[in-house]
Design a protein around this ligand. Structure first.
Ligand SMILES: Nc1ncnc2c1ncn2[C@@H]1O[C@H](COP(=O)(O)OP(=O)(O)O)[C@@H](O)[C@H]1O
Ligand SMILES: [Mg+2]
Length: 275
């Protein structure tokens, strides 16, 4: 059996689609539990992500960010609404009905990398491709290409323990992009990294999204407004719905900037402002 075309679009098709809608979530709801224990986590999420866009998803702990990513990624069924990713519409069926979404459309990046300890970087990436049906020689070639793209061309034969946290996360990113999937979901991808490595991961994400030839879309959860400010756009998950948000104003950072005049005004009125 030949290697199945695991990408829904050819590179040139994707190039033509640059700036068009890649992912659309409509009226998505999800509750856990039932009766008096029912917890309505998502109450009608509406959001769109274009091809080539890097979007930061923020929101308090427990607001449903991971739940939303899990439904988009085909790991969990929603209760109502729909998701359209490229040509595919899904959202309400269990994981077994969306194997193609996980295999072809969505790549994952996790906080704790999820690498296999005993495999080298290249084998970690190649194995994921082999599992999706790619012959070994092609998988190794694709893994080399992806690792080079994330700047690890000279560390392909290192095992995770021989790599820094930032480098391990880059192996995971290589694994996620090697299958040529159009959307990456990253759930707190910098949560285990130091500040400098976190910034490097953001820069790499940006590069992948803004790639001239093969732009992808990234939806990433982060708690760090500084890192979120690297994204093209920010969404805030609040009370079960996403709203567009200005990164600075959402975190009260605008108050610092908002001219001395305004500060003086406030000061004279009430002698200071809330943090
Ligand atoms: N499988 C589950 N069963 C029951 N409750 C869950 C399950 N998954 C998540 N929850 C609850 O849903 C809420 C949202 O969780 P989550 O999506 O993980 O939030 P976030 O990622 O924003 O911190 C939390 O209150 C969490 O306890
Ligand atoms: Mg979470």
């Amino acid at each position: 059996m030949g290697f199945p075309n695991i990408s829904s679009y050819t590179t040139s098709e994707r190039y033509d689609m640059k700036g068009v809608e890649m992912l659309s979530v409509q009226g998505l709801t999800k509750a856990f539990g039932s009766g008096s224990n029912k917890l309505q986590v998502l109450k009608g999420v509406d959001m769109n992500i274009k091809q080539g866009e890097m979007v930061a998803l923020m929101g308090p702990s427990g607001s449903g960010k991971s739940t939303l990513l899990n439904i988009i990624g085909g790991l969990l069924a929603g209760d109502d609404g729909s998701i359209t990713l490229g040509k595919r519409t899904y959202g309400l069926k269990g994981p077994s009905s969306v194997v193609d979404v996980r295999r072809e459309l969505v790549g994952w990046i996790f906080q704790d990398f999820h690498l296999l300890d005993n495999l080298t970087a290249i084998d970690n990436v190649a194995m994921a491709l082999e599992l999706s049906g790619m012959p070994s020689s092609e998988a190794v070639f694709a893994a080399q290409t992806a690792l080079t793209k994330v700047g690890l061309g000279d560390r392909m034969h290192f095992i995770p323990d021989q790599l820094s946290g930032g480098q391990q996360q880059r192996v995971a990113i290589a694994r996620a992009i090697a299958g040529n999937r159009p959307v990456l979901l990253a759930d707190e991808p910098t949560g285990n990294l130091d500040i400098a490595s976190g910034k490097e991961v953001m820069a790499l994400f940006k590069e992948l999204c803004h790639d001239e030839e093969n732009p992808i879309s990234i939806l990433m959860v982060t708690h760090d407004p500084d890192l979120a400010s690297n994204a093209d756009r920010m969404l805030l998950l609040n009370d079960g719905r996403t709203e567009a948000s200005d990164i600075r104003s959402a975190w009260g950072l605008d108050h610092e900037d908002d001219t001395a005049a305004e500060a003086a005004e406030t000061e004279s009125e009430e002698g200071g402002e809330e943090e």
